[in-house]
Design a protein around this ligand. Structure first.
Ligand SMILES: C[S@@+](CC[C@H](N)C(=O)[O-])C[C@H]1O[C@@H](n2cnc3c(N)ncnc32)[C@H](O)[C@@H]1O
Length: 369
């Protein structure tokens, strides 16, 4: 995932904030700013430990370690490359894996640490060469709670088409949101989903409830540039490393979903979404073909976006009442948007509908219907 370090864990939203230090090197100043911006996002998302972590890292990181030299000398765009989130993921992985016990003593669930102690613990871990590989790869998340935003969209599609659904997810990560019919939902008291589901998603709901309709999924598959295999313990550990350590509800949700579907993951292909869509997405009579994505579109190259839109436009021309096509998007509409929207276009018809406003991690839904 090409994420942003001036944003919540996997969104492209940016926040302007003055840099804490003044540096002659503009790149170094931009990188320290990225830590400050990430701290700001952590504060907004009620993650005080992560806020403190980002602030401390942005202050103490220097060129005395290889990690510090690589971070401060970063050649790419620290925001687009999610540089801060790479480092946070590596530190968290070391803490979770027992490789940094003195730092772990300062991490949640322990109380917020003393700033000087955190600076010392971080300083020691920054010198550990096991941190370095984490700078090489983009963060990878799979936020299961986004099913709490996507499922209401599927309910609309099911209610309006009365057809079984074929799901094609773009930027699916580990495919946990392709398993959305395996979760239980509480939408403002409207309960649905299996009684023995591994987790219940109950976003704070505003507005009328979504339609009630049977969502019958007869086919599901996805694509991701770097799909995560939840059957592999290393894949599961990697996903958990990128969840902020003070976001315990997210950690619990992700762990529960991975445990439930580790033996039966949704089928995923590796690659860019555009050729995959062109090769795989074709309507089938008697079904609704649903292409969807959550917090993924912003990472697709422009050419990929254009090819996907063009392919859907081509298919849309042949859609009929018995052979429908839907495009459901849970995405940030602008780089600095505070929350994502849920949009749906269905063919035949082709009207672009704003269904809801959401939350980066699925905590709230403002349903417009
Ligand atoms: C922020 S993650 C969101 C994952 C998942 N949709 C969710 O909501 O949890 C974005 C995903 O898009 C994938 N991605 C980025 N560029 C891509 C591309 N060109 N084609 C396919 N997947 C891509 C990343 O690998 C990453 O898994």
């Amino acid at each position: 995932m090409i994420s942003s370090s001036a944003m919540p864990p996997d969104t492209g939203a940016t926040v302007a904030r003055p840099a804490r230090r003044c540096h002659s090197n503009p790149m170094t100043a931009a990188i320290r700013q990225a830590f400050a911006d990430q701290a700001d996002w952590a504060r907004r998302l009620d993650a005080p430990f992560t806020e403190q972590l980002c602030e401390t890292l942005g202050t103490i990181i220097d060129e005395s370690t290889e990690t510090g030299r690589r971070v401060l000398g970063w050649r790419g765009d620290p925001r687009a490359d999610a540089l801060v989130l790479r480092l946070l993921g590596g530190l968290n992985a070391m803490v979770r894996g027992g490789e940094a016990p003195s730092l772990a003593a300062l991490y949640p669930p322990n109380p917020l640490p003393d700033s000087a102690m955190l600076a010392t613990g971080l300083g020691a871990t920054l010198a550990d060469p096991r941190l370095l590989p984490w700078l090489d790869s983009a963060p990878q998340t799979n936020e299961v709670a986004r099913s709490g935003m996507l499922m209401p969209g599927m309910l609309v599609i099911a209610a309006e088409t009365r057809l079984p659904l074929r799901l094609f997810e773009l930027g699916a990560s580990a495919g946990l949101n392709l398993r959305m019919d395996g979760y239980r939902y509480d939408f403002a008291g409207q309960i649905s989903g299996p009684g023995d589901a591994p987790l219940t998603l109950a976003p704070a709901w505003q507005g009328p409830p979504p339609p009630l309709a049977p969502v019958i999924i007869i086919e599901r598959c996805g694509v991701d540039l770097a799909p995560v295999d939840v059957r592999d313990p290393a894949g599961r550990a990697r996903l958990l490393a990128y969840v902020w350590p003070d976001q315990t509800a997210r950690i619990e949700r992700l762990s529960a979903a991975m445990a439930a579907f580790a033996n039966d993951p949704a089928p995923l292909d590796a690659g860019d979404a555009a050729p995959w869509v062109e090769q795989h997405v074709a309507p089938r009579p008697g079904t609704a073909t649903v292409v969807y994505h959550s917090i993924a579109w912003q990472y697709f190259p422009r050419n990929t976006q254009a090819r996907i839109a063009a392919h859907l436009k081509k298919l849309a021309a042949a859609a009929t009442a018995a052979n429908q096509l839907a495009w459901l998007r849970c995405e940030f509409e602008q780089a600095n948007a505070p929350r994502p929207t849920l949009r749906l276009t269905m063919w035949p018809g082709g009207e672009d509908r704003l269904l809801a406003y959401g939350h980066p991690h699925g905590a709230t839904v403002e349903w417009l219907g």
